[in-house]
Design a binder for this molecule. Structure first.
Ligand code: SF4
Length: 112
């Protein structure tokens, strides 16, 4: 199982995943900083890049404004308490803006 990778920060209830290309773009970082009502994003990294304010992660109100502000699929808000996540679909025109990604803890039966 993959542990937290770069670009992912984990709160107690919320985990945020931001595409590295987005995090490195100052204009997008500033936009994310502006839209989030609970200041989870800060555009004060190196050269105006994105910094996730880890102590605010669990304040997320699931408003999806960050998903609207970033390119589709670039930001994901993972709800650790129920195993689902908010993420814009990458396929244009798709209706589902959220996907259920419950993790299977490997209960496969290896019968042979
Ligand atoms: S869903 Fe809303 S509160 Fe949560 S990180 Fe995105 S903008 Fe901030």
């Amino acid at each position: 199982m993959a542990a937290a990778e770069e670009g992912q920060l984990v709160g107690l209830f919320i985990q945020l995943e931001v595409d590295a290309a987005v995090a490195d773009e100052a204009a997008l970082a500033a936009k994310l900083e502006e839209v989030c009502p609970v200041d989870i994003f800060a555009a004060d990294g190196d050269g105006g890049t994105l910094r996730i304010v880890e102590e605010n992660l669990d304040e997320c109100v699931l408003c999806e404004l960050c998903l609207d502000a970033a390119p589709d699929g670039a930001v994901a808000v993972k709800k650790l308490y129920d195993g689902t996540e908010l993420r814009r679909s990458l396929s244009a025109g798709a209706d589902s803006s959220r996907s259920d990604t419950r993790e299977n803890k490997g209960e496969e039966s290896s019968a042979s």
